[in-house]
Design a protein around this ligand. Sequence first.
Ligand SMILES: Cc1ncc(COP(=O)(O)OP(=O)(O)O)c(N)n1
Ligand SMILES: Cc1ncsc1CCOP(=O)(O)O
Ligand SMILES: [Mg+2]
Length: 733
Amino acid sequence: MSIDLSLYLVTDPVLCGERGVVDVVREAVAGGVGIVQLRDKTATDAQIVDQLIELSDVIDARAALVVNDRLDAALEARARGARVDGVHLGQSDTSVERARELLGPDAIIGLTANTAAHLDAVRALPPGTVDHLGVGVIRPTDTKPDHPAPLGIEGFRAFAELSELPCVAIGGVGIDDVEALRDAGAAGIAVVSALCAADDPRTEARAFRRRWRGAASVPRVLSIAGSDPSGGAGIQADLKSIGANGGYGMAAITALTVQNTQGVRAVHVPPADFLRAQLDALSVDIDIDAVKIGMLADAAVIRTVTAWLDDARPPIVIVDPVMVATSGDRLLEEDAEHALRDLLRRADLVTPNLLELAVLADTVIADSWPAAIADAERLSADIGVAVLIKGGHLGGDQSPDAFVDATTATVQQFPGTRIDTDATHGTGCSLSSALATQRALGKEWPQAVIAAREWLRESLRAGAELQVGRGHGPIDHFAGSRARGGIDTSPTRDEVVTQWWEHISAIRADIDELPFVRALADGTLDRGAFTHYLAQDALYLSGYARVLADAARLAPTAKEQAFWANSAHGSIVGELELHAQWLTPDEGVSDGTFSATPSPTTTAYLDHLRSSAYGGDYAQLIAALLPCFWLYTDLGLRLGEGHFGDFARSMTHPYASWLRTYADESFAEATQQAIEYVASAAAASDGEGRMRMLRAFEASARHELAFFAEPLRHESCVSALSRSSAAPEAKMV
Ligand SMILES: Cc1ncc(COP(=O)(O)OP(=O)(O)O)c(N)n1
Ligand SMILES: Cc1ncsc1CCOP(=O)(O)O
Ligand SMILES: [Mg+2]
């Protein structure tokens, strides 16, 4: 066995606490510790021997086992059948030469060293006496009260540069030191309290391993699913999806299908033991960062996977509860549903389509999006796991998804227009493995969903071009990376524009349907509602201008600064003049000042903009400012194009001159410029920053919708109020 020194656990019975050393070692080894040192200063030799025997059993050759100081105990435990790989000795412990002589040439012998004299002494030993050095302390630590003077990371670097042997850094080392010590030449890091005192040593060990591998490391994602020889679904799709999303894909096959793009012709399920052997072979050898589970065929397979999950406890588990193929073929025996429910409870996310949701939530197939969300909430509450519900089977021109987590009362919707294509084979498999990969890359759920959906939509759009098969063809998993000449998960500026506009498509559709917008367009809008709207708009613009000025203040270039400052000027001066033409002092403007009271809707919108400015994040602020430009320009353009009928062009339209301002050419140019600044900032930002920008943008779009909806709501309240004062028995509704 080659020794992996990268994460070295030294045990401490006190720090391990009530759960005990054996439990901590079991968990830490499952989390990826490569070498364990039993260190117990108070135990007798006989107790050390017993512990070594027990640990050797628990570790089961998945990591090296050495003992601190006690050469005799190591020999005795070996004599009693334990697998003890070696010892760690200090400068004043038994001599390393003696240890080598008694333990043999294959034993692992570590020696403490931290001075130039120690290095000279090691050089004087016969070659092969010592395998590695324990070098420290890096920082003061209470775990070893008699520790030598701390070296610090630079002292460690200087020492490691002089050493011919691998150096393991020890003493006061925490997870945030991992990269610095690795870069300073450490062959590994040895920790006591960081793992022994951790709440969850397995998770903590994984975190150390991940940091050691580096932030840019490629996540290892395992698909447990059936094989689709046509390559569009099952493990074949999963592996492509994992690769396209930036992961390293692995696959354990649950079942073989005879299948093409037209349907499933036969299924062969190999023995469940063979599946378990595949899974064990992976988990004993590889740090698995995420698991996606797809077709499970029957109850025996499900139970096998459930038992393996309980043993291996991978950090991220996504279950796509494949029951019926898109072609209508059953892929899970009906009697297996009970076992499946048990498995779902072990997942972090379940991704059913509407048919699967109906089976799992024990209800009829949802025929509307709100009904689907309600079913998903029930399922999530029942299994205690988040659900990503996919609206693709609902029909219509929208294809929304929603992330629903009843445990945190979260319902996050992801709107999207339907992509008109027949190449949908394997969409569910591909999305769930993309999600597993994005999550393993470190994204939180909403960001992972956004990234996986963006990738899927691009792959769906390109699928038909592949021209694979006569039935439902596959999506083109590598369309995006092929177009960009390599895998790149950051969108370009143009992609940001397309994706963000599509992201608010449902909000835009709602704006178009508003009675206020319809009546404004056809000229039937009540004058009271119109003037109420104008008065609120005037108030809004005065606040908006101030926030534009904040954007000017934060802008990174003089050009951008001038742009936002000009927009602030245009907004306050131009719009003021215009409003003054339309509004009498009674209606909201007198002597150039706004006299109306801001409605709660106006206040909420301005509060959102001000809080975006307050954080000082320029990119987020301009994203929040953008919908006001973009949605008005778009509305103006479509009004001009007759999208809402030909009314706006009619000479008798009472608001025609007002509506023409929406389509003003210089405003359209300013909008284009604003879009470019925002899209460039988003493309240059990292995933987190882009997510913050998108949230601010989406929130403003929602405020725009509320702003357009409010005048008629207000008017109906006003008329209800006047009715109620005329007729005391009438109630406001
Ligand atoms: C990996 C590793 N490095 C150094 C030590 C310290 O050993 P030693 O100097 O013998 O001190 P004690 O641990 O015996 O107190 C170590 N144990 N492991
Ligand atoms: C055994 C040992 N040898 C040098 S420092 C040390 C203890 C390190 O413990 P911790 O990781 O809790 O600082
Ligand atoms: Mg010692």
